[in-house]
Design a protein around this ligand. Structure first.
Ligand SMILES: C[S@@+](CC[C@H](N)C(=O)[O-])C[C@H]1O[C@@H](n2cnc3c(N)ncnc32)[C@H](O)[C@@H]1O
Length: 272
């Protein structure tokens, strides 16, 4: 018996639309990447008020013949909630649609320490996306991650060590993600109270440990990360860096801190 013979045409088309939504999910993230590469959030911000399509075409200095493509990109980014629309009055006193920033696109303004552009550019880079195409092969082989399946057994962190440019933008991405912690660390006093020392294991360039060391000067913070990641900066009274491998040894401390974002954690477990 046909398992869907009792469904109506409406339900069938809804199911197909649902499927297309899943298939084209990558268009949302790659459109976001395009907006970040073109610097659209910053351009709208500098414009000082919602920006019309012709104003945006001119400010971005793109090929004017591609204005319709920009309209479609912006429509998608409004649909996903990255930008919003507002009405502005044109020189001819007519109402025109214009694009404005949302809280999400404000996270990409350049003068903010939490500017998330490196995060988007890193996580949408082929280095990160390519292993996703090898997942089914990874389920059948013996590699530890899909990255290794896709790259003839190369370990992700070894690739990072040999590619300083990508390593640098990846570290900036992690650091920008950590900057948002500034908003909440002071409210977490009970968690840190009484600690004399803390090691941030895999703490990257120390952005999170720096926030903790400034919020709680009584805690001696140590950042442990791989040699190609830890910055060459002098130790301060309560913040120091150690280059090493956490699987070899972790310095003693009252507390150990492991931070990865939830999405990255799932990806790290399988993909990299
Ligand atoms: C997902 S990042 C998280 C960085 C930082 N904790 C944050 O949240 O911004 C994982 C970090 O673990 C580090 N790492 C990976 N393997 C490591 C190892 N064996 N020993 C020490 N650090 C390691 C990487 O270099 C990277 O900085």
């Amino acid at each position: 018996m046909d398992p869907i013979q009792n469904e109506g045409a409406k339900e069938m088309f809804e199911a197909q639309a649902h499927l297309f939504k899943i298939i084209y999910n990558y268009v949302s993230s790659t459109s976001l990447k395009c907006a970040v590469e073109l610097d659209i959030p910053e351009v709208i911000h500098k414009h000082g008020r919602p920006i019309t399509l012709p104003e945006l075409v001119s400010a971005l200095e793109i090929n004017p013949a591609k204005a319709d493509g920009l309209f479609k990109l912006m429509r998608l980014l409004v649909h996903t909630g990255f930008f919003s629309t507002a009405n502005v009055q044109s020189a001819q006193q007519q109402q025109e649609e214009a694009y404005a920033l949302t809280l999400t696109s404000k996270l990409f303004l350049k003068d903010k320490p939490y500017c998330l552009s490196p995060l988007v550019l890193t996580l949408t880079d082929p280095v990160f996306v390519n292993p996703c195409h090898f997942l089914s092969r990874w389920f059948r082989d013996n590699e530890l991650s899909a990255y290794e399946t896709a790259n003839d057994g190369t370990v992700f962190w070894d690739y990072m060590a040999k590619n300083p440019d990508f390593n640098s933008i990846y570290n900036q991405a992690m650091a920008s993600d950590s900057q948002l912690a500034n908003l909440i660390v002071k409210d977490c006093q009970p968690i840190f109270q009484g600690l004399g020392s803390l090691v941030d294991v895999g703490g990257g360039t120390g952005s999170f440990a720096r926030i903790i060391s400034e919020a709680f000067p009584g805690i001696k913070c140590t950042v442990l990360d791989l040699p190609h990641v830890v910055p060459k900066v002098p130790d301060t009274d309560n913040l120091k860096f150690i280059a090493g491998d956490m699987f070899q040894s972790i310095p003693p401390a009252d507390a150990f801190f492991f931070k990865v974002s939830f999405g990255i954690l799932i990806a790290l477990e399988i993909l990299y």
